[in-house]
Design a protein around this ligand. Structure first.
Ligand code: UTP
Length: 334
């Protein structure tokens, strides 16, 4: 019988780079394509056969629990609270009492297009990596004879251009938690945080073997521009049915069934949430969240929070939940 993995997904961070949206919404509940980031992650995990998920929540965690309990009744989801975001290593260490047997760790702000079977079926413990042009803002691995020789978090002089991209699998979680325990007990931090990479380095130093697994698709959702890039990737992957009035659709787009679109040009790469109202506007490469209202706008590269109202004519805006902007009347004629 195939061994049953538990997926650990840390989602406790405050998502500061995505303010103002993350003032009222945790990052994982921000929409990309047709649903929140966490929805895409859970669907990928379920499709790979994972039935047990442990989420590390903190900042606005109640909203995450609410979303999951109303949308994923069939899954076994447990929650561990990280009251203060002390680093990824700390977040994962907190899950030690929730997990027995094999564990798959996947970050809460990354959507990965990879065959998870490569991780779940491997006889080795694996870390997903991807070649990047400038690896200095990532964890970086050095490889020798098919296994990882060393790793460093955000090195100034990277040993390679292989970046760690947020999926890790361990056949024996006790070894991983043992290493995290030693790290936490030692009080060691790097750049003020208890780093997961430091716990993995300790495992390497103890002779543990970690295999790099190269993956192609890796979509970050941590910043406005990468969220929009991930939105484009998701819209390209699937065709969604649309219903609009007197409007031109330039695919790919997602328009939620209860959104009302009239007298507008939508797309390419527009994602319109439930209950949103778009009238007399042009919207491309943008995410319009639920119940937002857009009138006489020309939007490109924009993120519009839930229930926000925008009236007027500007090219790029980034406004949060319940905000309201109205541009000068002279600018309003489309
Ligand atoms: P990030 O550092 O990218 O997320 O962590 P963040 O801190 O929320 O974002 P910024 O930098 O303020 O914009 C990657 C993932 O690890 C989780 C985050 O929630 C995110 O899903 N994480 C990070 C934790 O759960 N706890 C931590 O202490 C750190």
């Amino acid at each position: 019988m195939k061994t049953e993995f538990t997926a650990v997904v840390p989602v406790a961070g405050a998502g500061t780079r995505l303010r103002p949206h993350t003032y009222t919404y945790p990052k994982v509940l921000l929409t990309v394509g047709n649903k929140p980031i966490i929805g895409h992650i859970i669907d990928e995990l379920s499709a790979a056969g994972i039935k047990k998920i442990c989420l590390v929540t903190g900042y606005l965690g109640g909203k995450i629990k609410e979303y999951i309990s109303s949308n994923y009744q069939g899954l076994r989801v447990s929650y561990v609270e990280q009251p203060e975001a002390k680093g990824l290593g700390h977040a994962i260490w907190l899950t030690r009492r929730c997990v027995t047997g094999p564990v798959l760790v996947t970050l809460g702000d990354t959507i990965i297009s990879a065959d998870l079977g490569k991780f779940l079926d491997s006889k080795d413990d694996c870390i997903a990596v991807k070649e990047v042009a400038d690896p200095r803002r990532f964890g970086v691995v050095e490889v020798a004879n098919g296994y990882i020789k060393s790793m460093m978090e955000k090195p100034e002089k990277p040993a390679s251009n292989l970046a760690i991209v947020g999926i890790y699998s361990f056949k024996n979680s006790a070894k991983l938690y043992g290493s995290l325990e030693r790290l936490v007990e030692s009080g060691r931090t790097t750049r003020g945080e208890i780093q997961f990479t430091d716990a993995l380095s300790l495992m390497l130093k103890g002779g543990h073997k970690l295999k790099p697994v190269a993956i192609d698709g890796w979509y970050d959702c941590g910043k406005p521009e990468t969220l929009l890039e991930t939105n484009r990737y998701i819209l390209n992957r699937k065709k969604f049915p649309v219903k609009v009035k007197n409007s031109l659709i330039i695919p790919p787009v997602y328009i939620a069934p209860t959104a009302r679109v009239s007298n507008s040009i939508i797309g390419p790469y527009a994602s319109i949430g439930e209950g949103a109202v778009i009238d007399s506007s042009i919207v491309s490469d943008s995410i319009i969240n639920e119940n937002a209202s857009i009138t006489a706008m020309n939007l490109n590269g924009s993120l519009i929070g839930p229930s926000a109202i925008a009236v007027g004519r500007r090219d790029q805006i980034n406004i949060g939940e319940n905000s309201e902007v109205r541009f000068d009347k002279r600018d309003c004629d489309l």
